[in-house]
Design a protein around this ligand. Structure first.
Ligand SMILES: *Cc1c(COP(=O)(O)O)cnc(C)c1O
Length: 399
């Protein structure tokens, strides 16, 4: 069982399971720094593997493609779930074998498909009929057999932010069940170049309840059995990723019981069908393992608001701007116990009003030059950064 990973000793914040004292970074500080606790990542990987003893688990590396994290996850027995040629190159550089890589995403280019085919990766998750036709054509041109899995869209709601829901009719991801007859025809016409390895789904991210997932699995199961009847190679049942974390409560024990619930739903739904289970977790494995260190530049007080202006902004961590996501913000050094909390808007330097980390947040008082740690930024943090306003990228440090 994991304890909390944020502790104060002598009023100084110590981050991660290793209780790393980040105040030693202050003297040489030149701009925002992402810190990752590798031990945390490894333990989460072990927990996930223990919850799914028979699954092949592919880490959705778009959540955090840091090379050391990737290597650690490979050592824990994970494969890689990629969404671009760029990610394929990093996965290979991190030591993943092509047979440990599966490839998702709606917009694979010819060049990307060629790279996947020539590397002979494990599986391409196909998201549309035109993509399937393109893969067949490229496999034929290159004299290869493409192992494909059909990403199907079961149209279920997992009650998450609309920008991270992916399993509804209105979403661009996956294929509708109605195209399956057409897909089967294409597969039968291209047996020498397409091998149906299985089916896939991914309903979205930050899933904290599993009724939608159970419903989707029941729907997919029927389709899987029908396809397996026609194509004996159809063996893999890919249940996607999406398990969420508790950004506000940060209760690791509760998250472990969420993992158990999730595992029970997936494994009990699939118990009665002959398949190899595949999973694609991202956020759950790395989300809590990262934090962003930033320095207060100004405290700006108006008749309406108290602004804490940081040197980190939406270019370094875009989740609050993009999804109104919550991240707790903790001082590197605790003030005296006697001080009162205050309400702040915590914002960045970027010339956009969406550039905020918290609004109307009750926090311990901050002062110019203080440091804060923006917590739970290990997933969809550094990987989503940009250089808008020509801001300098955050450094990444693996502890
Ligand atoms: C993003 C993504 C994942 C991982 O989602 P998490 O919520 O980070 O677990 C898995 N599969 C696919 C296809 C994805 O796009």
């Amino acid at each position: 069982m994991l304890k909390d990973f944020l502790t104060y000793k002598n009023q100084i914040l110590h981050f991660g399971l290793g209780q790393h004292d980040l105040s030693s970074w202050v003297a040489t500080y030149q701009g925002p720094i992402y810190f990752y606790d590798l031990q945390f990542v490894k333990i989460r990987a072990k927990q996930m593997r223990a919850a799914f003893p028979k699954a092949n688990i592919y880490y959705a590396m778009k959540a955090n493609s840091n090379l050391e994290i990737m290597k650690a996850l490979r050592a824990e027995g994970f494969g890689a779930d990629i969404v671009s040629a760029g990610e394929m190159k990093v996965a290979l550089a991190a030591g993943f074998q092509p047979s440990e890589i599966i490839y998702s995403g709606v917009g694979k280019t010819k060049a990307e498909i060629d790279l996947a085919l020539s590397n002979e990766i494990k599986q391409i998750n196909v998201e549309s009929v035109p993509e399937l036709l393109r893969i067949a054509a490229r496999a034929s041109a290159l004299g290869k057999i493409a192992n494909i899995s059909l990403r199907l869209n079961p149209n279920v709601d997992i009650k998450t932010h609309p920008y991270i829901a992916t399993g509804l009719h209105e979403n661009k991801f996956g294929m509708e069940y109605s195209v399956i007859p057409e897909v089967v025809e294409i597969l039968q016409k291209n047996l020498q170049h397409l091998r149906l390895a299985g089916i896939s789904l991914h309903l979205g991210s930050q899933m904290l309840e599993f009724e939608g997932l159970a419903e989707a699995l029941r729907k997919q199961k029927k389709v899987f059995l029908e396809l397996q009847n026609q194509f004996s190679t159809c063996q893999n049942f890919d249940a996607g990723g999406g398990l969420g974390i508790l950004y506000q409560e940060r209760d690791l024990q509760k998250e472990e019981s969420l993992l158990q619930k999730y595992a029970a739903v997936v494994q009990s739904e699939l118990m009665d069908i002959p398949c190899q289970l595949q999973l694609e977790p991202g956020r759950w494995v790395v989300g809590h393992a990262g934090a962003l260190l930033s320095q207060v530049q100004y405290i700006k007080t108006t008749p309406y608001r108290n602004f804490v202006i940081l040197d980190a902004g939406m270019v370094h961590l875009i989740r609050p701007a993009l999804y109104q996501a919550y991240h707790s913000i903790e001082p590197l050094r605790l003030p005296d116990a006697s001080v009162q909390k205050q309400k702040y808007d915590v914002v960045g330097p970027i010339c956009e009003s969406a550039d905020f980390f918290a609004k109307d947040r009750e926090m311990l008082p901050l002062q110019q030059d203080d440091f804060v740690l923006i917590m739970d930024a290990g997933a969809y943090g550094a990987v989503m950064s940009s250089d808008y306003n020509l801001q300098v990228e955050a450094k990444e440090v693996v502890l």
